[in-house]
Design a protein around this ligand. Structure first.
Ligand code: SAH
Length: 250
């Protein structure tokens, strides 16, 4: 049997946002590999082995998947959201580049998913309707000064922004510093969206001006969207719509 690796995005939470091609790949898999909470989203069935691993061992997990594929397994590596956004797809290619030649001759396919930032934006309205960027605020894999530099330049460039991994127990001070930097560049009315557990029963969307944003509004299940200077709020009964106009006048 010829083995293969599929790196699949499971979307932000609800099964309704798993794409049909990802479901198909899961149906024909012999092995599923991934971080514990993501693997737990896969229904067990006969002929399928579920391999749960800890969060910080991405490269080991990638190598394990590649080894199983070489031995003929149909392996699906799962990520939440999109596998190419701060997730497993890059880890697999990093392992392939440094690994034995038979790894690069395997069939490796990346199946996209709905990333947290886009699911959150849709839940709030259309805050990413103009130019935007995504920043991972975790300093596990890069130095903190680089995060601050990119944040400041993106804010100066007036991009809307999406922040992944905004706040962890290990790094409670990081997000407070992010709000400080934003305060130095942006006006106090700048709209900030805290979108937690998007598309799950615990979903909570909170919209506040920058002046009222506090570090405790974010946790590791939150993606934070920062509007550009043009982003606006439509007030109504119930949750407001937040959107960024398509154009910037000359
Ligand atoms: N590959 C994933 C991101 C992994 S990084 C994706 O494309 O979405 C993990 C971070 O994603 C979390 O700390 C959080 O910031 C964000 N995230 C993932 N799922 C989320 C959800 N359902 N709601 C809000 N944020 C989410």
């Amino acid at each position: 049997m010829t083995g293969s690796v599929v790196i699949a995005g499971l979307g932000p939470g609800t099964d309704a946002m798993v794409t049909p091609e990802v479901n198909q790949a899961l149906e024909s898999a012999t092995d599923v590999v991934g971080y514990i909470p993501y693997v737990r989203r896969i229904a067990p069935r006969e002929g399928l082995t579920l391999h749960e691993s800890d969060n910080r061992v991405e490269l080991d997990r990638a190598r394990h998947a590649l080894e199983m594929a070489v031995s003929g397994k149909k392996v699906v590596v799962v990520s939440s959201g999109d596998p190419g956004v701060f997730a497993m797809a890059s880890a697999v290619f990093e392992a392939v580049e440094d690994g034995p030649v038979e790894w690069r001759n395997l069939s490796i396919q990346v199946l996209p998913g709905i990333t947290a930032m886009l699911a959150a934006a849709a839940a709030a309205g259309a805050p990413l309707g103009h130019d935007f960027c995504a920043i991972n605020l975790s300093d596990n894999l890069k130095p903190w000064p680089l995060i601050e530099k990119r944040l400041r330049l993106a804010a100066e460039g007036d991009f809307a922004m999406g922040f992944y991994n905004p706040r962890s127990k290990a790094r409670p001070e990081g997000f407070a510093r992010v709000l400080e930097v934003l305060g130095e560049v942006c006006e106090p009315e700048r709209l900030i969206i805290f979108a937690r557990a998007v598309s799950t029963p615990e979903q909570k969307i909170r919209v506040v001006p920058l002046a009222e944003a506090t570090p405790d509004m974010a946790d590791m299940r939150t993606v934070v969207l920062v509007g550009s200077s043009r982003t606006r709020l439509i007030r109504r009964d119930g949750a407001p719509y937040v959107y960024t106009p398509r154009s910037v006048p000359e």
